[in-house]
Design a protein around this ligand. Structure first.
Ligand code: 26Y
Length: 819
């Protein structure tokens, strides 16, 4: 990289300007006269990418020269957000690039808005993977992230008549300047068919898998640059047909059948499944998982052998992290590669496998625990089924004869669930095949050991650990909230962006009136900007002096957006009754996607928009209340919303939210939290302090206890007048005159079943909200709390999470800690 001439990748304003014009000409084939804004965006993207590549190549060389241990992060989802602004920030060239563009009469901000973000994930889990990649690159943990290059990412959400409609996400339609295709890096992937067990002439026993279809996975690389740091790579696989793939069809002269097969093989990476809980046995999804896992493991083996090493040491050179069970088939696939393809004996292969893998669990929801039916699995991966049976057999033997487990324990722990047609429990496969298993918050890790993986935690207590989630301060404050970032840096220097604990230096300022005024003014500006955005997107005017109460995340019953709605209806009814003397003007802002097949979640969106329609137009209430549903929540939109929030809604039923990360993003931007003792809220409150956090609701233990007793949601309806009024209003038809029974399913579920204990937590929510209003009344006091919230967020940097993974699980040193 030393031989690359500096001008081509120079960081001065003039070098950037020159390369921009060159790229516009040589990459896009245009001169400024006649170039479109998209042409400009692409030319700037190439200009920045060249500079990112330089850092990337330097890091790769160092890993190879020093023969360093590398993290391979396996995730079916990523949500990197737009790359351009982030790379400018990481390179430290935002200002000179803006100046270079300005000299050409171009507004850089406008170019930044042109970028389509890669929506290659559903929500928290995908975004977490991207925060971790950012942190690994920043700290200098040698890493490669593997995933799927979905042609269509998460659907685009439109709201029509208050209902969600889904449109395909064509993120690649104008090309993707951030990736390079590595046509020479590709692997053959097999599906279906049968296996043959043979003993060759030397008496060696081998298994041949005779598949009925094959395809090729090709690597598409996106370089990832850490903040003033190192390079990493996001390597995504795209499914393609193998040229000479279907001999039988060609031989029979059936050209069209062969072409048909070709098209089918490309389907594997067509589309992201938009579910983040249930996915009932979709064959294509299993194929996606196996496809990307096999490509990734074959790639790791290639890289390992390329360095002149032998496979026996694979675990010394790679720590492979499984992001939930979506890539858990890797356990069986690595065994297959070692045993069948490289003829390493079973015990040795198993030792390597277990030492390679770590497994991160992200959910306790029973419906989200992946299971694959055995007939389906056999059809797609016959050899892997045999391998899983063998792993299971040996595991059960060990439990029986070494640990004296009872039959009951055996059937609870086995990899195979024999009920019905039989199924494979992927969480068990991942747990047995890994040397470490972690949850994503302290509470979640405890509950994991107590419930979902209880028997395993008894058996192997040392295998279990916790790594509390974190977020990238670069993405979620430096990029999203430049004003606040400026004020903080002006006050405590810039070290906090790579050492978030330094934010604690802000504590001294919490009561300083001048500082408070600056802090408040920034929040006000951010709110005005969101308000403009809301007007543009929805046509609704929101007064920026209202309190912005923000509830943004996937729409799920357990996240209880409808609990929030019940409170809004309560406020509405109070105003209508004239009880609005000192009511605080509030804007309730919602955003989030619902899984397309999730009836209740979609009905909750309709409920939010119906309440909005009722309130926003009613002049008797709309100076006190506004209800907004911002369509098509994404990383890009999120960056707009977090900086403008006053209050953060983190109100899941305790025990259901594994961690949450939106909670951290909002608090880092100065919002106070109203929340339950769930997921990472618990640790946030520990850090922030009870006085600066609005806690309410049952805790996880109380929820558990109530569920086991005989919980009667109707009792709360009878005893709480406010709840009764709200529920009666919900069923009155006033929210949907054209279809008075529209919300009956929500009403009846709450009243007669209430699986998420909304009725039980309603009163406590209202009491906690009353404290919110009281505190808001004293703006200086509120601002002090806001400053304290930010000052105490140090723990929740994804840099800290990555340090924890490195020391507890991966045993990898960062570049920073090396001589
Ligand atoms: C099996 C398939 C349908 C599936 C696909 C996606 C299942 C789950 C998911 C995604 C889960 C997810 O996003 N979980 C969230 O992970 C975050 C990062 O750890 C947590 O903060 C959050 O609490 C959890 O819900």
């Amino acid at each position: 990289s030393k031989t690359i001439k500096s001008k081509r990748i120079g960081l001065s304003k003039n070098d950037i300007k020159d390369s921009f014009l060159e790229n516009l000409f040589f990459h896009i084939g245009r001169v400024p006269k006649g170039a479109t804004i998209m042409d400009y965006y692409q030319a700037l993207a190439y200009t920045v990418r060249d500079r990112v590549f330089k850092e990337f190549v330097t890091t790769v060389k160092r890993i190879s020269d020093e023969d360093l241990r590398v993290v391979a992060y396996l995730s079916a989802e990523y949500l990197p957000g737009p790359h351009l602004a982030n790379n400018l920030l990481s390179l430290g060239i935002t200002e000179q690039t803006a100046a270079a563009m300005a000299e050409l009469g171009i507004d850089m901000e406008e170019l930044i808005l042109q970028e389509e973000e890669p929506g290659l994930g559903n929500g928290g889990l995908g975004r977490l993977a991207s925060c971790y990649l950012d942190s690994m690159a920043t700290i200098g943990i040698p890493s490669i992230a593997y995933g799927i290059r979905y042609e269509f990412g998460i659907f685009e959400q439109h709201i029509k008549n208050g209902l969600q409609e889904e449109y395909t996400d064509k993120w690649l339609q104008y090309g993707n300047p951030w990736e390079v295709v590595r046509s020479e890096i590709g692997y053959n992937i097999m599906f279906g068919g049968s296996t043959k067990h043979v003993t060759d002439s030397n008496g060696n026993f081998t298994v041949n898998w005779i598949p009925d279809s094959k395809l090729r996975g090709t690597a598409y690389d996106t370089p990832i640059l850490g903040y003033k740091g190192y390079g990493s790579i996001l390597r995504l696989w795209r499914a393609e047909a193998i040229d000479t793939f279907d001999f039988s069809a060609y031989n029979k002269g059936d050209y069209y059948k062969a072409v048909q097969e070709k098209i089918l093989s490309e389907n594997i990476t067509k589309v992201l499944y938009p579910n983040d809980e249930q996915e009932t046995g979709k064959e294509l999804r299993l194929k996606q998982q196996y496809f990307f896992v096999s490509c990734s493991l074959q790639d790791l083996i290639r890289l390992h052998l390329l360095q002149g090493r032998i496979l026996d040491t694979l675990h010394e050179k790679f720590a492979i992290q499984l992001n939930d069970t979506h890539p858990a088939i890797a356990v069986a696939e690595l065994m297959r590669l070692l045993v069948d393809d490289y003829q390493i004996d079973w015990d040795k292969s198993w030792n390597i496998t277990q030492r390679c893998f770590g497994y991160t669990n992200h959910t306790l929801l029973p419906e989200a625990l992946e299971k694959w039916s055995i007939p389906l699995f056999r059809r797609v991966l016959p050899r892997h089924l045999e391998i899983i049976y063998e792993i299971n057999h040996r595991f059960v033997q060990e439990l029986k004869y070494q640990h004296g487990c009872s039959d009951e324990q055996l059937s609870r722990m086995a990899l195979i669930d024999h009920s019905g047609e039989g199924s494979i429990r992927m969480a068990h496969l991942a747990t047995v095949g890994s040397h470490k298993v972690n949850g994503v918050s302290a509470l979640h890790s405890e509950l994991l050991k107590k419930h979902v993986l209880y028997d395993f935690a008894q058996l192997w207590p040392d295998k279990f650990c916790n790594v509390t989630n974190g977020i990238s301060p670069r993405r979620f404050i430096a990029l999203s909230n430049p004003l606040l970032t400026g004020l903080i840096t002006e006050t405590i220097g810039s070290g906090w962006l790579t050492d978030l604990k330094e934010l604690s230096k802000l504590e001294n300022m919490a009561e300083d009136p001048t500082f408070q005024n600056k802090w408040m003014a920034i929040k006000q500006t951010n709110k005005a900007s969101l308000s403009d955005h809301i007007k543009l997107e929805t046509g609704i005017s929101v007064d920026p002096s209202m309190m912005f109460d923000v509830h943004v995340k996937r729409i799920h019953e357990y996240k209880r957006q409808h609990l929030n709605v019940l409170n809004i209806l309560h406020l509405y009814l109070q105003i209508k009754k004239g009880n609005n003397k000192d009511m605080i003007p509030m804007a309730f802002i919602f955003a989030g996607k619902a899984a397309p097949g999730y009836f209740m979640a979609k009905l909750i969106i309709k409920l939010i928009t119906a309440v909005g329609d009722l309130i926003n137009q009613d002049t008797e209430v709309n100076d006190k209340l506004k209800v907004i549903f911002l369509p098509d929540f994404s990383v890009k939109k999120a960056q707009h919303i977090y900086p403008a929030a006053d209050l953060s809604e983190q109100i899941s039923m305790a025990g259901k939210e594994a961690s949450g990360t939106g909670n951290m993003k909002l608090s880092l931007n100065g919002a106070l939290t109203i929340g339950t003792l769930d997921g990472a809220n618990v640790e946030m409150m520990e850090e922030i302090g009870m006085d600066n956090f609005f806690l309410f609701g049952l805790n996880a233990e109380e929820v558990q206890h109530k569920k086991q007793g005989n919980y009667k949601p109707g009792d709360h309806y009878v005893h709480n007048l406010h709840l009764r009024e709200v529920m009666d209003f919900l069923i009155s038809g006033a929210l949907s005159p054209e279809n008075p029974k529209l919300f009956q399913p929500i009403y009846e579920q709450l009243l007669y079943d209430d699986p998420y204990m909304i009725m039980a937590d309603f009163e406590s929510y209202l009491i906690s909200r009353a404290k919110v209003y009281e505190e808001w009344g004293n703006q200086s006091n509120w601002t002090k709390k806001s400053i304290i919230n930010v000052a105490r967020m140090g723990k929740f940097s994804s840099d800290r999470s990555i340090q924890d993974y490195s020391s507890l699980i991966w045993k990898i040193d960062s570049f920073q800690n090396r001589p």
